[in-house]
Write a protein of this length. Structure first.
Length: 384
């Protein structure tokens, strides 16, 4: 199955509100999907409301697909994920935004009708890989240089995403009350990390404590990313498991180079997600996960064990700096690794969907290199 193409749609309806003494139009645009999109599998539905000064007046936004309510969202960003199934066909997307003054905006779009029914059930396993030699990254490797072994059986590599492809990065930052005194320094380090991203790289920034919120999603504008970091404020407890699952969900539908950095200074005491469920989600992920246990959290054995196991399962690394002055070096290492990441894909020769664990081993055919990749996956993994 080819990935769903997201494109902007200039479909808008308008009302007016008073802004600075003048009447300004308020518009709602369907950003995704558009009428030319072939929709199947997990699909992102997104709207944009302009001007932004009107967003606080939004009471709720209801997303429906083919007459069935998919999501009702009360606060931005106004994004809904919906899975209409594996068959490509025409869908009717309807969105209703209700405002505090009892006015409404309604917008609809019909996705592409291929004119025939097409089943698109293709299983592909994505494997992010880091290759080093003598402590230096090895660049310029080709598809034919790699070898993948699954449960002792050699697999045919279908494609490779090179280290030059854009990166999709998710930063999940603990903003619980215990971070109050360190958060300003953490923000500086995070901004330095973001400044090292290349043009075309996208960053999603999550703050988490008792709850979670998106400060920025797939943002490519450096200034907008810095502004999102400045929104972070310390309060509440820690919900590490919830944040981990949310971060993985944000990149689970993406194809290509992606990485997740989870930063926490305390053990989980507030998550709704059970520990085992979070662990299973990590094991199923095809994103490379980096974990940073900071300050007092770096000395909590249970937290260290969890963060190390999360990172190891995906081929990533765990870091435990003691001071904010160490964070810049840690983030430098993470960015350097992600900038030199390959992503391999293959279709397993084992077609059983039995929920079994499959071990993965990645090797370089010629040369003595150090290779780091995900440990394996479960056979009911995501459909590509």
């Amino acid at each position: 199955m080819k990935p769903v193409v997201v494109a902007s749609v200039a479909l808008a309806c308008a009302l007016t509100i008073a802004v600075s003494g003048r009447q300004a139009p308020v518009t709602m645009k369907i950003v995704s999907p558009d009428r030319d999109t072939d929709v199947s599998g997990p699909t992102r539905i997104e709207i944009r409301i302009e001007p932004q000064s009107a967003i606080p007046t939004v009471r709720s936004v209801m997303f429906s697909v083919d007459g069935t309510v998919a999501c009702t969202i009360e606060k931005g960003p106004f994004i809904c994920w919906y899975d209409p199934g594996d068959v490509v066909r025409k869908h009717h997307v309807r969105i209703v935004a209700s405002f505090a003054d009892d006015t409404r905006l309604v917008e609809t779009v019909y996705t592409h009708d291929p004119g025939f029914t097409e089943s698109v059930r293709t299983e592909a396993v994505l494997v992010p890989v880091i290759v080093t030699h003598g402590g230096q990254f090895v660049r310029g490797l080709k598809q034919q240089d790699f070898e993948i072994i699954e449960d002792g059986v050699k697999q045919d590599i279908a494609s490779i995403v090179s280290e030059d492809a854009p990166l999709d990065l998710v930063l999940a930052i603990d903003v619980s009350g215990s971070m109050e005194h360190a958060l300003d320094d953490v923000k500086i380090a995070v901004k330095q990390l973001l400044a090292k991203l290349r043009p075309g790289d996208a960053a999603t920034i999550i703050g988490f404590n008792d709850t979670m919120f998106l400060a920025a999603e797939r943002e490519k504008d450096p200034r907008a990313r810095e502004d999102a970091v400045d929104l972070l404020t310390a309060w509440g407890g820690t919900s590490l498991y919830d944040a981990t699952v949310r971060a993985l969900d944000l990149v689970s539908h993406e194809w290509g180079r992606k990485g997740i950095v989870i930063f926490s200074d305390g053990d989980d005491r507030n998550s709704i997600t059970p520990r085992d469920s979070a662990t299973s989600k990590v094991q199923a992920s095809d994103a490379m996960l980096y974990t940073v246990g900071f300050g007092g959290g770096a000395n909590v054995p249970s937290l260290k064990q969890k963060l190390e196991s999360y990172a190891r399962a995906t081929g990533g690394r765990a870091f435990f700096p003691q001071h904010t002055s160490d964070l810049n070096d840690v983030f430098n290492e993470i960015v350097a690794e992600l900038a030199n990441q390959y992503v391999l894909s293959y279709s397993s020769t084992n077609q059983k969907q039995d929920n079994s664990w499959r071990n993965i081993k990645v090797r370089i055919k010629n040369g003595k290199y150090e290779v780091r990749a995900r440990d394996g996956y479960r056979s009911h993994g995501p459909k590509r």
